[in-house]
Design a protein around this ligand. Structure first.
Ligand code: SDX
Length: 429
């Protein structure tokens, strides 16, 4: 095994080098504090691995993304979302029996407890659907106690996972119906995952939902492209919360909350708002590029840049091509895609973006496709959460499968006051 040497103050510490199956290397510092009484400091964890994982591989320099070794473009083109969910959670594509059992579990768990419907009455119609989603997912631990337990080994994981994956789309669709003052629509047992979601979203007593295989495939593709992305901010949150033995619902709720941030999953909503603002205020592309480079400006080019990808995000590439293909087929016009493409073209030619290796990420084109499907802008991050859920669950399971389970507890370097004592009020300045 290769080793790294740390020499400090006359001390010399050897640390093992770990190599992954794709040749990535890490210095294992597990014994650093014990041997040196020192820790490492890495704000934002830019150089720090939290775990070893066999779920998703990203090569950021070459724009490669694979789920359990299978390239994302193959899965986006050929797989169903439930197959990808199974692949991420259990490690392989399901065979016929496994797919039938998983699908039946999704169908059997597609309704939420009738009493949970009352929760929606407590939310104003203007409530952001991510706030509703987090609340309702956490509340599932109150209603699905028959297969909720802190004891991960209790064999209830499979049902909790299917319950969450199925019910998250029901909760999302109900939150939309609540926002437009329409009665919620119950799921159907003969519809596939994406179709059932669209049915619950867009069917109504006066306007029946008209299935469209292309639109259903577009949604499945969006969900597949979002299904996992190794140790991103929200999935790392799921792992950290789960490491305390909090139940799966609570862990996923925490992940949903982390995903909401505009620097992360909330960026897809911000991209559309940015593009709409550019169109509405007649801002030129060059003005956008200049503002994006101006540290003093509040303007940020949402949908651009990535902590890991220093090349084109393969998901953005697939989504851009998908938009062009389906827009042409339907002769669908959306001025925002033209603005997005002009922005991308200008940014990719600009030294500031080239030097910092800033490319479009998954959020840059996803919103344009959600718009075509008819999803309201404030639900875009909810759609991200629905897609990402299998990955969050897979990462939570992988952490619990690892023995022993170590609670996540980062250290710090203290920079506050040295020892001082309590002062009575009349002695304080
Ligand atoms: C997701 O991690 C994942 O895998 C996430 C995700 C997933 O699937 O889970 O891929 C989903 O979250 C995608 C990212 C969505 N966020 C956005 O689109 C928001 C806009 N992007 C940036 O905020 C930023 O690029 C981040 C947050 C995505 C990454 O931040 P980093 O890695 O901390 O990079 P940084 O902010 O330190 O930027 C490095 C430089 C800085 O300039 P300098 O200080 O070197 O001069 O690049 C600049 C930044 O100012 N920069 C941008 C920019 N992104 C980075 N400048 C203008 N516009 C941008 N979008």
């Amino acid at each position: 095994m290769e080793k790294a040497q740390l020499t400090f103050n006359g001390m010399n510490l050897e640390m093992p080098i770990i190599e992954g199956t794709e040749g990535e290397k890490a210095i294992d510092i597990s014994k650093l504090r014990q041997e040196t009484n020192m820790i490492t400091l890495d704000v934002g964890y830019q150089n720090t691995g939290s775990c070893m994982s066999s779920i998703t591989f990203i090569d950021g320099d070459n724009g490669i993304l694979r789920y359990r070794g299978i390239p994302i473009d193959e899965l986006a083109e050929k797989a169903s979302f439930s197959e990808v969910a199974y692949l991420l959670i259990y490690g392989n594509l399901p065979n016929k029996e496994e797919q039938q059992l998983f699908s039946s579990r999704l169908t059997q768990n597609s309704m939420i407890h009738e009493e949970m419907l009352r929760f929606f009455d407590g939310f104003p119609p203007t409530a952001h659907p991510m706030a509703i989603l987090g609340t309702m997912v956490n509340s599932m631990s109150v209603y699905y106690t028959d297969y909720y337990t802190e004891d991960f080994q209790a064999g209830t994981f499979d049902l909790m996972a299917a319950s969450l994956i199925s019910r998250i789309r029901t909760i999302a669709a109900y939150s939309y119906k609540h926002s437009i003052g329409e009665p919620h629509v119950y799921p159907k047992r003969d519809l596939k995952y994406a179709s059932n979601f669209l049915y619950m979203m867009f069917d109504s007593p006066v306007n029946p939902y008209v299935p469209d295989p292309d639109i259903e495939r577009a949604l499945s593709t969006l969900l597949i492209l979002h299904a996992d992305h190794e140790q991103n901010c929200s999935t790392s949150t799921v792992r950290l919360v789960g490491s305390s033995m909090a139940n799966l619902y609570a862990s996923i709720c925490a992940g949903i909350c982390a995903l909401w941030g505009p620097l992360h999953g909330g960026a897809n909503q911000k991209v559309i708002e940015m593009l709409e603002g550019i169109k509405q205020d007649n801002i030129t592309i060059q003005q956008c590029i200049s503002s994006a480079k101006d540290k003093g400006s509040k303007f940020r080019l949402f949908g651009f840049g990535h902590r890991v990808y220093k090349n084109y995000d393969p998901r953005a590439k697939i989504l851009k091509e998908y938009c062009e293909k389906i827009f042409k087929k339907y002769n669908y016009q959306d001025p925002l895609i033209n603005i997005a493409m002009e922005l991308e073209e200008a940014a990719l030619k600009d030294e500031f973006f080239i030097e910092r290796k800033l490319y479009p990420n998954v959020d840059f084109y996803s919103g344009i496709l959600y718009r075509m499907i008819g999803i309201p802008t404030d639900m875009f991050t909810v759609m991200f959460a629905i897609g990402r859920l299998p990955g969050m669950i897979a990462q939570w399971k992988e952490m619990h499968d690892a023995v022993p389970l170590k609670i996540g507890r980062p250290r710090q370097i203290y920079t506050g006051s040295n020892l001082r004592h309590y002062l009575p009020m009349d002695e304080r300045k």
